[in-house]
Write a protein that binds this ligand. Structure first.
Ligand code: PHE
Length: 437
């Protein structure tokens, strides 16, 4: 359940709809689903195996499976990726926390159902210097408090109760969105693939989104694997997580796209999409809208928290394992660093938006968003899967997947083929093709 908590988060509700909208809808969805089930789940199983087998955090995990210490660099790259993902994640979590406040105080409801008014409100808020920073800090302080109290039990209980509740509210949203006038256009957009809209970059973005959403390719699942009970079935667990995560992303799509078209938003509207569309849906519910809106954003904050905590946990556990620094201090160190970077990224949306990178003139926020989805996790995943399929002793893999021979692993030959051939090849091709455009 803690790993479900890590996987389900803003990646499903915020990132999936906006990326799917940006890269063409239905065609993107199909490619995304292929990546999730063929590559993402394979990677998740691999990371769980590496983590539980070695009982170490990423760098030591790789090192303890091969005499060449350089393999530890893969773990390090994963941790660096986690660091940047967490810093950027805090920005979005801050926005979401602010939306809880705005729902509660009636500010969102007062915007009515005019898409222009709601979009203006979002862009004014997200480009300001005050509230995005304040709520970012509020969010990270709560995460720090939770992690300092010790992680597994709390997270697991929270995930067990609140995740199903989040699904329930997303279902209510789906019903409301589907009954808006002109909703069928949104369903067509999401489910009728038009492959002419899909670019090489779109395919790479689908891969990045699949990895981001499943929390793989950055070592977090290696750390959670090391916490996994020895009698748990790794394969089954990974399949459950993959299925839940994907279901929630698709449901988010069903909740968002009909409303996008019905209310006249642009599906390719970028990172603000969900923050503009959802208030519109809530406000069209009449008086109940305020209650649903507050509850929804609150649960989304909780979902974001279980994800952010998994990232902070991976960093904290790694620093603790590699030094004499204890867990509490390690957590504070990464809390301070990621919050500082997060504030910088939050400000780069507004006051610091004049600082840009590359010929595409990306702001720091957009640059880090690309780094976190398109480049770092796929690269890290590629090396991890090569290590897993070609370097790590096969006997260890079999033994770990079968819980020392006590479980049947009928799927093994297919899984082995995916891990050794299909996954590395596909990752390599998509990465090279996507980067070369
Ligand atoms: N998977 C999380 C989400 O969908 C984000 C995340 C990425 C969490 C990487 C941990 C590691 O929101």
């Amino acid at each position: 359940m803690a790993a479900v908590g890590s996987a389900v988060g803003l990646g499903n509700i915020w990132r999936f709809p906006y990326t799917c909208g940006k890269y063409g809808g239905g065609a993107f969805l199909i490619v995304y689903l292929c990546f999730v089930f063929l590559l993402g789940s394979t990677l998740m199983i691999s990371e769980f195996v590496i983590g539980r087998r070695t009982q170490h955090t990423p760098v030591k995990a790789f090192q303890s499976l091969h005499p060449k210490k350089a393999w530890g660099l893969v773990g390090l790259l994963g941790l660096i990726t986690s660091f940047f993902i967490l810093s950027q994640y805090l920005v979005l979590s801050g926005w979401t926390t602010n939306y809880v406040w705005d729902s509660l105080t009636g500010r969102l409801a007062a915007l009515g159902t005019d898409s222009g008014t709601i979009s203006n409100y979002f862009s004014q808020f997200s480009t300001s210097a005050g509230r995005p920073v304040v709520f970012l800090v509020v969010f990270s302080v709560i995460c720090l408090a939770i992690i300092m109290c010790g992680v597994q039990k709390g997270i697991e209980n929270v995930s067990k109760v609140l995740m199903p509740l989040l699904v329930l509210i997303v279902l209510v949203l789906c019903v409301r969105s589907l009954t808006l006038p002109g909703a069928s256009k949104g369903l067509e957009y999401l489910f009728l693939p038009d492959f002419s809209k899909l670019s090489g970059e779109g395919v790479l973005a689908a891969l990045g989104q699949a990895l981001f959403s499943l929390s793989v390719g950055m070592g977090v699942m290696i750390v959670y694997g090391s916490y996994m009970p020895l009698n748990d079935n790794i394969f089954k667990t990974a399949m459950w997580i993959t299925a839940c995560d994907t279901l929630i992303a698709v449901l988010a799509g069903v909740a968002i796209f009909p409303a996008v078209f019905s209310c006249g938003f642009d599906p390719a509207g970028g990172p603000g999409l969900v923050f503009c569309v959802l208030p519109n849906v809530f406000n069209s519910m009449g008086g109940a809208g305020v209650v649903f809106s507050t509850l929804f954003f609150l649960l989304l904050v909780v979902a974001a928290m279980t994800s952010a905590i998994s990232l902070l946990e991976a960093l904290t556990a790694a620093l603790h394992e590699h030094s004499i620094i204890n867990r509490q201090v390690s957590a504070v160190v990464f809390f301070l660093l990621t919050t500082a970077f997060g504030i910088l990224f939050a400000l780069s949306v507004g006051p610091l938006s004049n600082i840009t990178f590359g010929h595409a003139h990306l702001t720091l926020f957009d640059f880090v968003d690309r780094l976190n989805s398109i480049y770092l996790p796929p690269i890290c995943s590629l090396i991890t899967i090569i290590f897993f399929g070609w370097v790590m002793p096969e006997a260890d893999v079999r033994d770990e997947l079968s819980n020392h021979g006590t479980l049947k692993i009928g799927y093994y030959s297919v899984f082995r083929f995916l891990a050794r051939y299909l996954a590395p090849l596909a990752l390599l091709v998509v990465l090279v093709a996507g980067i070369l455009g």
